[in-house]
Write a protein that binds this ligand. Sequence first.
Ligand code: HEM
Ligand code: HEM
Length: 181
Amino acid sequence: MSLKNTSDSYGTLTIILHWLMAIMIIALVIVGFIMTSMDDGNDKWSIYATHKAVGLIVLVLALFRWYWVKSNKKLNPLASLSNAEITIANTTKWILMIMMLVIPVSGVIMSLAGGHNIGFFGLFTIEGLAEKNKAVGGIAHEIHEIGGIAIAVVIALHVLAAFKHHFLKKDNTLGRMLGRK
Ligand code: HEM
Ligand code: HEM
């Protein structure tokens, strides 16, 4: 296995980024919806702090992933795929690529504009604005919330498609993202 993609296999780094970010993003969506419905208090705010710090990691990884996808070979589609499937799969992937940037960026803007700090596990803190900007914070919050719902739907479709190929069509779509030839 090589670090970079070849025309018919995903490289190690593509695979690591995919699964590491998949776990983090799915966890952030679930935790995001749970934490916002909790009663105000220390428990809630400490989950907020962790959500923001993990979200920052996703933001940095997403920036790197854009560079990585752009500088790597695009794989040839499997012979078992129809043109429609190829188009749908590519569109879904680019929607996910865009949302994995837009959602954390809106989170950062919402927090800072709302005057809230963003801490990173005690290592550093990005200070919220001293003078809140409610309009900007409100728009960023809308984007974050709608983005959270939208990405949940797109992830569900993406995962269902992966399972359809694996269990019904029995092709190597999922295998390729698991490093199988
Ligand atoms: C890919 C990364 C992220 C995902 C998938 C995600 C997802 C979510 C979801 C689904 C919610 C609940 C819906 C809502 O009220 O907005 C939420 C809430 C929240 N997120 Fe994120 N988030 C991410 C990154 C971030 C980042 C980087 C920050 C800030 C640094 C952040 C700050 C917040 C805050 C403060 C809330 C609570 C908003 C409220 O009180 O209503 N999130 N997130
Ligand atoms: C259990 C969850 C998941 C499964 C089973 C899964 C499965 C797959 C598979 C099989 C591929 C390869 C498709 C192909 O070669 O045509 C793929 C690619 C991709 N997946 Fe997922 N995925 C999951 C979660 C996620 C999540 C949460 C995201 C992002 C929010 C994501 C984003 C992507 C992207 C952007 C690609 C394009 C490949 C690349 O990184 O260059 N996936 N996924």
